[in-house]
Design a protein around this ligand. Structure first.
Ligand SMILES: C[S@@+](CC[C@H](N)C(=O)[O-])C[C@H]1O[C@@H](n2cnc3c(N)ncnc32)[C@H](O)[C@@H]1O
Length: 348
């Protein structure tokens, strides 16, 4: 069940929320607009810092990435984003009706699909002609090669049942949520419409879910009265151009901005970086199911990839009797055999 409808937006003076589905991974991901604004210049203009050696460039088959145009010493600050640049789902958005509609919709999203909550905000900013984040959003890929956009044959080829289950779950959620969103938008006054009067369907919801799941970072958000900070997913313009490696050369650091309670998000070189090296972050110690589901790629020989096997002694005894194997005793393994079963993880 692939969510692959294309909606033709019929409204003039708006940014259509179309999403062309993609079935195959391609090394070049087209952006939302053919020649988007220069993201590095935009970040600097809005008060952020970008090291002069950082460039955006095509990075092998991984799409765009950040590259060092000359050697950078360990510990150097590469990027710093002040609090106004990250895209978050927060109460700083005001208390207008359009925002309330988004908040009500976000409450209907199950927690494990947190990316859809921020996805609603992303879709709103994508639709708004005057969005502060448009220079960033227009640089996002137009399509995502994640399994929710796979066609039937490719879904079948996934084969691994727990992964197929998750893909179907997400597709089913998107189709149901499309109806939920349509009901919430019915009869709204023009000014109260969160998506500039545009229809939102499962395909555009899938686009924003995938944009967030493949690019957002979960960092420390607003400060609570007890001094702790809540976990907040956010999209980090430019920082999200960094590709993934388990042995990264950079890391994200969050610190309090000098003289205010606002947070500053930085990327710092964790190792010396050579000219033409990519700036790489570790997205997390994830297995390939999660990488494929959320990011649309897998890591060859992923050390975090494992499968769990259930050992059913009685079933194996019955099977070996049927196969004519004598004295199998699968149901009463010797102590040394039992020991072997405890860390029952096998690399795929
Ligand atoms: C946070 S974005 C990074 C920027 C992205 N390459 C782009 O063109 O906008 C994450 C996406 O980059 C690609 N990517 C990142 N690291 C990768 C890797 N190690 N192998 C393959 N693709 C990767 C995947 O498409 C992933 O969904």
């Amino acid at each position: 069940m692939a969510v692959s409808k294309i909606v033709m937006a019929s409204l003039a003076n708006c940014r259509p929320l179309t999403c062309a589905a993609t079935a195959t991974a391609s090394s070049y991901q087209e952006r939302l607009v053919p020649h988007p604004p220069d993201l590095i210049k935009w970040v600097r203009r809005e008060g952020g810092f970008v090291h002069q050696a950082i460039k955006i460039s095509q990075y092998g088959t991984d799409g765009l990435g950040l590259i060092a145009s000359h050697d950078i010493p360990k510990g150097s600050q590469l990027i710093a984003l002040p609090d106004n640049i990250p895209l978050k789902f927060g109460d700083e958005d005001g208390v207008d009706e359009a925002h309330s509609v988004l908040v009500n919709l976000a409450q209907k999203v199950p927690d494990e699909l947190w990316a859809m909550k921020l996805g609603l905000k992303l879709l709103r900013e994508r639709a708004r002609v005057s969005s502060f984040w448009w220079p960033y959003i227009s640089n996002l890929p137009q399509t995502y090669s994640v399994p929710i956009f796979f066609q039937g044959e490719d879904i079948k080829n996934l084969q691994y049942a727990p992964l197929v289950y998750q893909v179907n779950r997400r597709c089913r959620f998107l189709l149901d949520f499309e109806q939920e969103v349509k009901r919430a938008l019915e009869n709204l006054k023009q000014n109260d419409h969160p998506f500039d009067r545009q229809d939102v369907d499962a395909s555009s919801l899938g686009w924003s879910l995938s944009a967030v799941s493949s690019r957002a970072f979960r960092l420390h958000g607003k400060k609570l009265p007890d001094g702790t900070r809540i976990d907040a997913p956010m999209m980090l313009p430019l920082i999200d151009m960094c590709n993934h490696a388990f042995n990264p050369n950079a890391q994200i650091i969050q610190e309090q901005d000098a003289g205010s309670a606002k947070m500053l998000i930085k990327v710092v070189a964790e190792t010396p970086i050579k000219q033409n090296d990519a700036i790489l972050l570790n997205y997390g110690c994830l297995n390939n199911d999660l990488f494929l589901l959320d990011y649309g790629f897998v890591i060859p020989s992923n050390p975090y990839d494992c499968i769990e096997l259930k050992y059913d002694g009685a079933f194996l005894d019955a099977a070996s009797v049927a196969a004519g194997v004598s004295s199998p005793k699968f149901s009463s393994p010797a102590p040394w055999q039992q020991q072997l079963f405890i860390p029952a993880k096998f690399s795929r």
